[in-house]
Design a protein around this ligand. Structure first.
Ligand code: KG4
Ligand code: ZN
Length: 333
């Protein structure tokens, strides 16, 4: 890899983040300002509020990243920023900050796909081995991505309705848990050995996923119990839901890893912080004898370090954006 020091910026959803990454694998600094506390009041991310937070935080976060790295703009090789997908108003704050910074300091700018970023979080932990299979599970995405080399992404399966994290957050709301609900469901699921039985959406002969039926099953279960005047046991509901999600994600990931004879499997995105999912995938791939890794928790949820890691490989491949860069809320991988 050509020597490069990249300032990366990520504002696609509700974290305002900046990081400095050396040569695609070393985190020099990594700053994340979360809006979770203020978004909690609304039970989810309100796009306009997210944009307002980003506007307030972005320059502070960028300065902090430089300061913690003990670097000046003149030490940098390039600026990278999440181009999409995400909330358009939120993306534009990061993109405009990146453009202004790049223009002011005469640096090239690189637009990065958010999911590529989640996958490249792994490059900060270990070298990537190809062919590689990535299970990307976040609040906005559930995808199985096959990579045959750096920069090549083939989506072999994706959700047909809700993303895994979205289902977690919606079920958490039914159980009166605050946003984001994933970590709460995860914790509750581990507090019992009894599970309410919920369906698994296998979608035979496909690597696609579907979680909205499961979500409706949980809602209906609660509704029926309420009507009968019976109390639900939230831990058992959480465990039943999590068991269903984890079993489907694990089974399909294993099947794809076998079919494409991959050398490495990684999990990425906010839901890969899930303890039940991590344990299940670790055990399954130990049995398969295929190396499996998940980045540490703080690199699983949204951050700019992962964007800097992906950008370093793009920089080496000669990819450059320009000042006409726009927010791409539905950007394809
Ligand atoms: O990757 P991320 O930070 O943002 C997106 O790009 O969407 O993922 C956020 C999602 C939320 O839905 C949150 O509930 C979920 O990740 N999440 C979890 C856990 N930690 C975060 N879901 C299940 N179990 C967890 N431990
Ligand atoms: Zn994300």
């Amino acid at each position: 890899m050509e020597e490069c020091i990249i300032l990366a910026i990520e504002t696609s959803c509700d974290e305002t983040a900046a990081a400095i990454i050396r040569n695609g694998n070393e985190i020099v600094s990594n700053v994340v300002a979360s809006q979770i506390e203020s978004q909690k009041r609304f039970g989810g991310v309100v796009p306009e509020i997210a944009s307002r937070h980003h506007v307030e935080q972005i320059t502070i976060v960028i300065e902090e990243a430089l300061q913690r790295a003990n670097m000046e703009p003149s030490d940098l090789t390039a600026v990278a920023v999440t181009e999409g997908p995400g909330l358009v108003g939120a993306l534009l704050i990061g993109i405009n900050a990146a453009k202004a910074f790049a223009f002011a300091h005469g640096l090239p700018i690189i637009g990065v796909h958010h999911i590529a970023g989640h996958i490249y979080a792994n490059a900060l932990v270990q070298p990537m081995q190809f062919p590689l299979l990535a299970l990307v599970v976040s609040g906005g995405h559930t995808e199985l991505v096959l990579m045959k080399e750096h920069g090549s992404f083939e989506v072999i399966g994706e959700t047909r309705d809700d993303a895994a994290g979205e289902a977690y957050d919606k079920v958490a709301r039914v159980l009166n848990m605050p946003y984001p609900g994933g970590p709460h469901i995860d914790r509750m699921a581990h507090e019992t050995n009894e599970a309410v039985e919920f369906p698994r959406a296998w979608l035979e002969d496909s690597y696609d996923f579907s979680f909205s039926g499961l979500k409706s099953a949980v809602i209906n279960y609660k509704h029926n119990m309420d009507q009968r005047g019976e109390e639900i046991i939230p831990e058992q509901v959480a465990k039943g839901f999590q068991d269903s999600v984890v079993e489907v994600l694990t089974t399909k990931t294993v099947r794809a890893a076998r079919e494409f004879q991959v050398k490495q499997v990684i999990a990425a995105g906010g839901v890969s912080a899930n303890k039940g999912l991590r344990t299940s995938l670790e055990q399954a791939f130990e049995a398969e004898n295929i190396p499996f890794t998940v980045p540490p928790l703080k690199l699983c949820t949204d951050n700019a370090a992962m964007i800097g890691a992906a950008a370093a490989y793009m920089y080496n491949a000669g990819v450059r954006g320009d000042l006409s860069m726009n927010g791409l809320p539905g950007k394809e991988l």
